[in-house]
Design a protein around this ligand. Sequence first.
Ligand code: HAM
Length: 420
Amino acid sequence: MEKITAIKGFKDILSDEALLFWKAESIARRVFNSFGFREIRVPIMEKTELFQRSIGETTDIVEKEMYTFADRNNECLTLRPEATASIIRAFIEHNIYAAEQITKLFTIGPMFRRERPQKGRFRQFNQINAELLGEEHPQSDAEIISMLMHFLASAGLKNLQLEINSLGCSSCRPAFSRAIINFLKGREENLCPDCRRRTNTNPLRVFDCKVQTCGEIIANSPNILDFLCSDCENHFEQVKSFLDDLHISFSINPRMVRGLDYYTRTAFEVKTNALGAQNAVAGGGRYNGLVSFLGGPEVPGIGFAVGLERLIACLPKEGKDNFNTDLFIAALGNQAQKIAFGLTNELRYAGISAEMDYSDKSLKSQLKRADKLNSYFTLILGDKEIDERQALLRNMQTKNQQKISIDGLSDSIIQILKER
Ligand code: HAM
């Protein structure tokens, strides 16, 4: 029979890597909790219109990358390409804004974008996403950036570069867009067909075009920071100064506009040189008009998403440890097997990871399995030990052995494991 393989760009996360996901997610939960963020779980599929309206009709994501299909009743549905839109939809749908002035939410899960798969770029990938709603003060921009940087450092990432920019607001952005349109007008023949089309519809999107010639043109374009209104300029100055107060280093990248249309004012990305071309491990920004644009009240917001596959790819090699078993029980003979079976179960109920072998193999081959499982201790239990009512506990790292009484065995083992 021909074997069936996974879909291109969709990958299995095998156990060793799944452990790293689990660790990163646990660290995120702990760090986010200390910043007052609570979890929300939103569906992985939404009405297509939600993403069209929030991310923007003329973005790469909406134009080219969404998994969209007609449901059996002809409703147009999309596998989420990001989580912000869904969180805001839920925020509005459940009137969360009415119950509290400031809402801090995070979610963790898979996203879907039909991009060209390459190193660090998948069609199904996982994000850790956080959103802070109801606060416009530039201190909240610094707060969320601080949470992101602290999380990435706590997860073990090193040599990160934080880049920030301001994208202005609905009163100052139009002047910048006009300046870009004028700038691009004389250079149209060197732009890719997409950018030529977008020059008039959505000129900011030319900034995140991946085509090299478009990038070269944009490198000399007008600078968005020269067009900020005084409120936006003031906000950006304060964000920078609050980041300084928190000792968070950053550089300003006026060409970074981010690939989603909903951003206003602060935008940021965290880059690393450990990833090659896909060098952004996280990105985010402020979106003061999004909640009302999706039918809710005027509530400002700011958030970010971390790409989990990229985060894990950046971890230093020595950080990649294996799953450890606390105790392996090598049982030899029927009676020992019977005691070991009950003991393994008892220890597992007590939260200890215990393993044993049911096949009555030789001691040598059981010890081999204990090594393979990275077991901390091995308990050796054979007829001789049962006769003497003393089992042998071997520390697999130091190879030291000690005798422990078979009576009250599980309590003694729990105690020894606690003290290690
Ligand atoms: P984004 O920049 O599109 O922002 O994605 C955030 C992160 O997700 C990227 O920096 C990258 O690490 C990861 N990522 C994106 N696409 C892929 C892919 N195809 N394969 C692997 N990893 C990928 C957002 O999604 C916004 N919703 C962030 C946000 C939240 N802004 C405000 N709130």
